[in-house]
Design a protein around this ligand. Structure first.
Ligand code: UDH
Ligand code: MN
Length: 405
């Protein structure tokens, strides 16, 4: 016979078990359980690298960074950072959760200061790297890039700054010219020893891909998911590349005349060899990137002149580039996670094409537009002249974007 007392006991036990099961199955509880199991499966070894099992690849880009905030060295006498950062771990897990906000990114990066600058708190960085990002209407991508890039660069113990070069207006996009703007505007602020020219939608997937310069221009984004993690063709130089100020000036920067999508990255690759340098690359294992999926933007139609222009790079590189980049800075904002430089780069017809309507007043800052100290008139697209008809890519330059229209 079961007493009344023990019946009550059974009833309470039953209810208790029910409650526990419900809590475990509730969304949050369930997620916590799952991430607990993922954590115990992913054991860092003595080198600090991630070993992943159960199909989970790559580590958390923020792992181990939090204790940095506590280690504050004061005074001038800081030791140099080690040659290889102890935070480097290898593969990084990249995904794009909905609902991420810039405020969250800011909170996760407490040591990043105004304008998106950072220095390691406990050692003197061996490298000063500026990241130059050409941008228009890609705020959604920018948010993810900042989420991953800040901790990625901190893992490498770099002194770094992030610059967004924002093309004002709706005229056709010009990626390469924005890079010239970025180069000049970044170098005006600090003595950067390396510049990373970086598409907004490419997320590095391995922190051994160090954002420092080589003795020659370096192409970093050699293994993108969209090309099956392979180099699409030998001369490819798009996505993410790294040059010292000397490399950049030696090749006269990037071309100013590629309006719209395509060709400018190949032109830049050709400039490297025309100026007596060569392209270096990390290994395929390390130079891995995920591209956030997107369509071709409005205002960035495929440039039909690109192959004709590419065929002439040998004749044009010295007279079209950094020495002829003309633009007007509209505003410069030192935001918490990056420096935003909004710029008028004009059109194919020049910086101030004759127009029947007066140009709109410069927005932002309220300060007068600062004219770049650039010199000559902008180099125009090759004059109409009797253009030769190679409407196809030069034999050696297979185009790098199979899925482009
Ligand atoms: N960019 C902008 N805004 C634009 C256009 C370009 O910010 O309107 C910048 C941005 O940094 C971007 C970079 O320029 O990452 C290069 O442009 P892209 O991303 O359009 O070039 P991509 O080679 O384009 O990635 C591939 C065409 C996509 C069509 C694929 C359909 N499946
Ligand atoms: Mn892209």
């Amino acid at each position: 016979m079961v007493s009344i007392q023990s019946r009550w006991r059974y009833l309470f036990m039953f209810l208790g078990i029910q409650l526990v099961v419900m809590a475990l199955l509730s969304r949050e509880g369930y997620q916590k359980r799952v991430s607990y199991f993922i954590r115990i499966f992913r054991k860092p070894d003595s080198t600090g690298r991630n070993h992943t099992v159960a199909g989970v690849s790559g580590g958390d880009v923020y792992a181990n960074l939090s204790h940095l905030s506590k280690a504050h060295h004061h005074g001038d006498e800081m030791p140099y950072c080690p040659k290889t950062s102890p935070f480097i771990r290898g593969p990084i897990h990249v995904s794009f959760p909905s609902g991420l906000t810039l405020a969250e990114v800011q909170k996760k990066n407490p040591l990043v200061v105004r304008g998106g600058r950072y220095r390691p708190p406990d050692c003197e960085a061996r490298h000063r790297t500026a990241i130059i990002i050409p941008h228009r209407h890609r705020e959604h991508h920018l948010k993810f890039l900042l989420y991953y890039l800040h901790p990625f660069l901190q893992r490498q113990q770099l002194h770094y700054g992030i610059y967004i070069i924002h093309q004002a207006g709706n005229y056709t996009f010009n990626r390469a010219k924005l890079m010239n703007v970025g180069f000049r505007e970044a170098m005006r602020e600090e003595d950067w020893d390396c510049l990373f020219f970086h598409d907004v939608d490419l997320i590095p997937e391995d922190d051994r891909n160090t954002y420092v310069c080589d003795s020659n221009p370096k192409h970093a984004a050699i293994a993108m998911d969209k090309f099956g993690y392979k180099l699409p063709y030998k001369m490819y130089f798009g996505g993410v590349s790294a040059l010292t100020p000397l490399h950049y000036l030696k090749m006269n920067g990037f071309p100013n005349n590629y309006w719209g999508w395509g060709g400018e990255d190949d032109d830049i690759g050709v400039r490297v060899s025309l100026s007596g340098m060569y392209i270096t690359r990390p290994s395929l294992k390390v130079g891995r990137y995920k591209m956030i999926k997107h369509k071709l933007d409005k205002g960035n139609d495929v440039n039909p002149k690109r192959f004709n222009m590419l065929a002439k790079t040998r004749q044009t590189w010295k007279t079209d580039g950094m020495n002829t980049a003309e633009y007007e800075t509209i505003s410069r904002q030192y935001l918490p996670l990056y420096t935003n430089i909004t710029v008028n780069i004009g059109t194919e017809a020049g910086l101030h094409p004759p127009s029947p309507t007066p140009p709109p007043p410069a927005k932002g800052a309220g300060k007068p537009a600062v004219k770049a100290p650039a010199v000559k008139a902008p180099a125009e697209a090759p004059a109409k002249g009797p253009a030769k008809p190679p409407a196809k890519p030069p034999a050696k330059l297979k185009e790098g974007h199979p899925e482009s229209p």
